[in-house]
Ligand binder design. Structure first.
Ligand SMILES: [Zn+2]
Ligand SMILES: [Zn+2]
Length: 358
């Protein structure tokens, strides 16, 4: 067997110098001091709520493979959390309370004062029983009603969670997405609408900017399910309508951009500074990114009427998209939705094959 050498990355500080019942230690916060040479590994740790702390049972020496445990039963060390084990390694999941520089204050750690810390990881909470049970049940419900979670969030008017979820398709947070979330959630609640992506509810977007992704996510009227109609007007506005043509149009007020700009001056200043600078100071870039996120979530909290005007509208709705047969291109052999093919000299072509003469 070969030996593995481990270098501690930090040390635990608390009031427990001697072995003590683990639940007493857990009940008190502990501080973990990370050594300077590992400080970079703490980057963005503030964003993590649960951490696994890997540490060394530095006062343990008994390495028998089974013991009578704290609870009185006799167990192998691989089936227990005993501090007496072949490699004297402890792993405990903790909650990160706060961070100041290289110091982490955590709750739930059961390590003694001066315990060497070997590693810290962001906890994988996906297998925790409470999450797992919920996931199993949710999966079954979601198979029946895939938009169930979105509908609940709309009913609660939980714009923040809706935007976090919408950003999974949009990729970033921005005031445009925030405005799409606000406008679409308002319209869904106003029309008491539900969407199953079968063209009974339609969204008409007048822009293909960031707002349109918020509209698609919230309304369920998308590019792919034919319930999204796009007018390339370049206007921050959209209409949500039932198939009978009755709906509402929500449009950004002319002053909406100014309202957002005036509210988040810190962001504007950082933006101007970064544009003016040749070399971007990484610290300033980090601040800018943080301010951009704050501005996006802050936009959600602005009064709806400061940003939008609403009107009832009646719209001529196109008929349901017909179900079409497929025809096949004589060049590439790929299928083409009937009506989109080109026929030249009685031969069928797809548009790319004909246009680029493959
Ligand atoms: Zn965007
Ligand atoms: Zn082709």
């Amino acid at each position: 067997m070969h030996t593995i050498n481990l270098n501690p990355v930090g040390i635990v500080k608390n009031n427990f110098d001697n072995p003590t019942a683990f639940n007493e230690i857990k009940a008190q916060p502990s501080t973990i001091i990370i050594y300077n040479e590992f400080a970079e590994a703490l980057t963005n740790i503030d964003e993590v709520k649960y951490l696994d702390i890997v540490f060394n049972f530095h006062l343990s020496n008994n390495n028998a493979l089974a013991h009578t445990t704290h609870f009185g039963d006799f167990r192998g060390v691989f089936a227990s959390r005993s501090p007496f084990r072949p490699n004297l390694i402890g792993v405990t999941s903790v909650k990160l309370i706060s961070r100041e520089g290289n110091q982490l204050v955590v709750e739930g750690l059961d390590a003694l004062n001066n315990t060497p810390v070997l590693d810290i990881k962001s906890s994988d909470t996906s297998l925790w029983p409470e999450n797992n049970n919920a996931t199993q049940l949710q999966k079954e419900l979601l198979k029946k009603r895939p938009r169930m979670e979105i509908e609940k969030l709309i009913a609660k008017n939980d714009l923040e969670t809706l935007m976090i979820k919408a950003a999974q398709i949009h990729g970033h947070f921005c005031p445009g997405l925030a405005m799409g979330i606000m406008a679409a959630t308002y319209a869904m609640r106003e029309l008491e609408a539900q969407s199953d992506g079968m063209e009974d509810l339609l969204a008409i977007t007048e822009t293909n900017n960031c707002m349109a992704d918020g509209v698609q996510y919230i309304t369920g009227c998308t590019f792919g399910n034919n319930a999204l109609i796009f007018h390339d007007y370049g206007k921050t506005a959209f209409t949500l309508t039932h198939r009978d043509g009755n709906g509402i149009r929500v449009a950004a007020k002319p002053e909406s951009q100014k309202v957002i700009r005036q509210k988040f001056t810190g962001f504007n200043q950082l933006f101007d500074e970064l544009v003016a600078e040749q070399n971007h100071d990484p610290e300033k870039v980090a601040l800018y990114k943080k301010a951009a996120i704050e501005r996006s979530f802050g936009t959600l909290k602005l009064p709806f009427n400061d940003l939008f005007k609403v009107e009832n509208v009646e719209t001529d709705i196109p008929r349901y998209a017909p179900i079409k047969n497929s025809v096949y291109c004589s060049v590439c052999g790929e299928s083409i939705m009937e009506g989109k093919e080109l026929i030249v000299d009685e031969k069928i072509f797809c548009i790319p094959c004909r246009r680029y003469n493959k």
